[in-house]
Design a protein. Structure first.
Length: 133
């Protein structure tokens, strides 16, 4: 499910949500779920905000979470409700010409959030050049 709401001419809010049930088509997840006589579920959520600061300059912010064990309830499982990954991505998109854009972003992400001391924190700073023809 994806929705976009144009708040003003310059400000827009976007959300995206995905819910997945791993079944017999995904053999790795199925073997883990079958071992516990359980269904293995996953969910991804995203909320984004974009603000057009000038004709060729747009600031964007995105918050995403991926949970693949949040609903895995069975005997002996101590990690019932943790988020596998949590991302925060601020970016700046510059329209250099009509066909060329440059996006500079940083991505802060946490893995195994709430998983009893196994959390990790990472930072990436990608620069993306794109050309539309």
């Amino acid at each position: 499910l994806r929705a976009r709401y144009q708040v003003t001419d310059a400000l827009a809010l976007t959300t995206a949500h995905n819910f997945t049930i791993y079944d017999s088509y995904d053999t790795a997840a199925t073997s883990e779920a079958t071992a516990y006589d359980d269904t293995f579920l996953g969910m991804a959520n995203m909320i984004g905000l974009s603000y057009k600061m000038a004709e060729n300059l747009t600031a964007k912010f995105s918050l995403q979470s991926h949970m693949s064990q949040a609903f895995e309830f069975h005997a002996g499982n101590t990690n019932n409700c943790f988020v596998d990954e949590l991302y925060f991505t601020p970016s700046l998109e510059i329209a250099a010409t009509e066909k060329a854009t440059v996006t500079v972003a940083s991505r802060f992400y946490w893995e195994d959030v709430g998983n009893e001391g196994n959390e990790t924190f990472n930072v990436k700073i990608p620069v993306i050049f794109s050309y539309n023809y």
